[in-house]
Design a protein around this ligand. Structure first.
Ligand SMILES: C[S@@+](CC[C@H](N)C(=O)[O-])C[C@H]1O[C@@H](n2cnc3c(N)ncnc32)[C@H](O)[C@@H]1O
Length: 286
């Protein structure tokens, strides 16, 4: 949904398609408070709209003002301190779903680890589309883990995702030290890690600067989390398992080099988005 749609569906308490039906049926006979729309607002709704306009003018992201967003068609509630899910991350989720559906036999359980879960948007969406998946999701931020737990509940998948506050793998039991070795290892590790080079953080828009720095700061060259994940993922993955990560503009080749240097991974492919940006990288554990 675009901003206008998000605001109006929130104000009117209706679904996106109902908004268009209302707008068409009124046929522009009413004065408009939101440009391009002819839906009349009552006094309270107009006041709320003014408040939203004021906060937007100050640069606060709409998702924080409304306290929610949508990802893969599901609703996610947000508070400040939690990274706002981006549409491009849907490519990461779609690629993962497609890969699992092509690989796994139907109803076969697949173990997935989501690193840096934020709002829980990746873990929850995967759980909705892959009801047979066993998902663990970690984040270093307690605010994010709390939000992700609530979002799992909101989407009725709280019994299928385990949320753990952890600095990457540190609070997870490695497959190598467990008695039930195979069961502790994952078929897929998925991550949308912080990947903005530290030097670029100051140039971000006011909106993005409202988001937690810990979700954005990818270290000196933006690749710090790829190194840390690639160098530590091996004992947590089954042989032939996949590490699937979102990347930013031009990072695919660098992440591929990090993985090949590590020697525990084979490069599978890079998936590009509609703007031809290298958006997702798939690596296979040797
Ligand atoms: C770019 S955000 C992605 C959030 C969410 N997965 C999404 O796609 O919308 C990166 C996330 O990684 C978390 N994070 C940062 N450092 C971390 C660490 N050392 N261990 C675990 N999570 C971390 C942040 O708190 C943030 O939620």
């Amino acid at each position: 949904m675009n901003e206008k749609e998000l605001i109006l569906t929130d104000l009117l308490g209706c679904k996106r398609h109902e908004l268009y039906l209302k707008n068409i049926s009124l046929n522009k006979t009413h004065p408009s408070k939101v440009s391009g729309w002819s839906i009349p607002l009552d006094k309270k709704q107009s006041e709320i709209l003014e408040r939203i306009r004021l906060l937007r003018a100050q640069g606060k992201p709409l998702q924080y003002i409304l306290g929610k967003t949508y990802f893969m068609g599901f609703r996610f509630n947000l508070t400040e301190g939690v990274f706002i899910p981006r549409p491009e991350t849907e490519i990461l989720v779609e690629t993962t779903i497609e890969t699992i559906k092509n690989k796994a036999r139907s109803k076969e359980s697949v173990k997935i680890l989501d690193i840096g879960t934020g709002s829980g948007c990746i873990a929850v969406s995967l759980s909705k589309f892959l009801p047979f998946a066993e998902i663990t999701a970690v984040d270093i931020s307690k605010v994010s883990i709390d939000a992700a737990c609530k979002n799992a509940k909101l989407n009725n998948v709280e019994n299928r995702i385990k949320f753990i506050k952890s600095d990457l793998f540190s609070n997870l039991q490695s497959g190598d030290v467990s008695l039930s070795k195979a069961r502790q290892k994952y078929d897929i590790i998925i991550s949308n890690p912080p990947y903005i080079p530290r030097g670029d953080l100051n140039d971000l828009s006011i909106e993005v600067k409202c988001e937690p720095g810990i979700a954005l700061d990818g270290g000196e060259d933006g690749l710090e989390f790829y190194r840390r994940i690639i160098n530590r993922a091996h004992p947590f993955l089954k042989k032939g398992a996949l590490l699937i990560m979102e990347t930013g503009l031009g990072q695919g080749g660098f992440v591929k080099s990090i993985a090949l240097e590590n020697r525990n991974f084979k490069f599978v492919k890079v998936v590009y988005d509609y703007n031809k940006i290298d958006r997702v990288i798939l690596l296979e554990r040797n």
